[in-house]
Design a protein around this ligand. Sequence first.
Ligand SMILES: Nc1ncnc2c1ncn2[C@@H]1O[C@H](COP(=O)(O)OP(=O)(O)OP(=O)(O)O)[C@@H](O)[C@H]1O
Ligand SMILES: [Mg+2]
Length: 439
Amino acid sequence: MGNCLRSFFYDPSPSSIANNNPSTPGTSNSTYSSTTTIDVSATSSSIVCKSQFSEAASHDERNEVISNANGQILESSNLEKFTFADLKRATKNFKSDTLLGEGGFGKVYKGWIDQKTYAPSKSGSGMVVAIKKLNSGSMQGLAEWQSEVNFLGRLSHPNLVKLLGFCWEDKELLLVYEFMPKGSLENHLFRRNPNIESFSWDLRLKIAIGAARGLAFLHTSEKKVIYRDFKASNILLDEKYNAKISDFGLAKLGPSGGESHVTTRVMGTYGYAAPEYIATGHLYVKSDVYGFGVVLLEMLSGQRALDWKRPPGQRNLVEWLKPLLSHKKKLKTTIMDSRIEGQYSSKAMVQAAQLTLKCLKADPKNRPSMKEVVEVLEQIEAMKEKPKATKSTLVSSLSKPHRRGQQPTQHRPLFIPGRRAPKYEREVNIRKITKKKVK
Ligand SMILES: Nc1ncnc2c1ncn2[C@@H]1O[C@H](COP(=O)(O)OP(=O)(O)OP(=O)(O)O)[C@@H](O)[C@H]1O
Ligand SMILES: [Mg+2]
């Protein structure tokens, strides 16, 4: 208990990963130990063969504590090392009724642990946690698990989800997070569950500001962190609907030595990834701003970034709606989510649309910084002028039909019908698209 991960950060060699496996020291035939170096620069001619793990670990100034806008980069993480048996008990053997959701790399379960000792406790007593259990055998899953431990284990900010600990035993890789009772923004914006109410304008703005602060913290910390996977499903909500960014599996340290970008293998989620990144593999801090713009557009419209059930020409939200963002009339009639009609002033709507447009600029240099984004969103929030007959409730009624008669559907970013694609499959698809574009 209370195990410190310092050794993870101090030994950057990929081979050390296997040797640091707390439960299988030096296991050479472990599923994960054979190929621990992950190529992160396949799209670049200048190959930099570093894993996300070693990249995060190989920093010279590991000992400093960097503070910034309520956040900190900790000197070292102090993550709890859980045993698999403990996490099994905490989730009633990963019982289906504790399942919170499933992502590209595995399932997330609700579990209960003792607040002080972190020992498993009876369901319903102690502290609630979210436990992500990775599908075994995925190399990409291992790389993301390591990146999550390296980044999130050391980053501390009110708008980042707290990682409490990890488990690595044999083929089992798990992560233990603070529990976010209101789930993800994606669940609320798009899933048509009559028990889940749609968010009001005020609440959407509050969530946008929280998420923007989280990104701004990452970007302005001395070691610039590029998040790389900004999307509605990675914005989680606490009891009071405060937004916290989760999933640092794809995070990268930003450019150093005067460089403006880092070159990496193109990874992320189609529909959210910035065009320059898809086309060239050049990743900028401002590539995150593009992803933020996509989420803003999702919040304004109540439509998914990608939806294969929409008619051709409307499937990619940005391609469809970006050209309309500067037309006030079309903004009202075509873009804005009818479920929040009457909850915002015309001025606030136009400003939000303009901000979205700036975030979605093709040239990353023309996009605002996340600090500027936070400022504009706060100005919009401060606008007191509301349209007449506005009910300033936090949560709006679901009774209004969605404009255009479309029911938002489950996010299916890949061209694989009928099932949610694992993240690495989505990455492969981005790369296929990239090749076409580059030609
Ligand atoms: N800390 C948490 N507290 C509560 N629910 C969580 C927590 N972390 C994840 N979840 C829920 O688990 C589900 C799966 O999350 P996960 O991050 O694995 O996948 P995802 O974000 O949907 O997709 P991707 O794999 O592309 O990131 C989400 O729908 C989310 O609502
Ligand atoms: Mg996620």
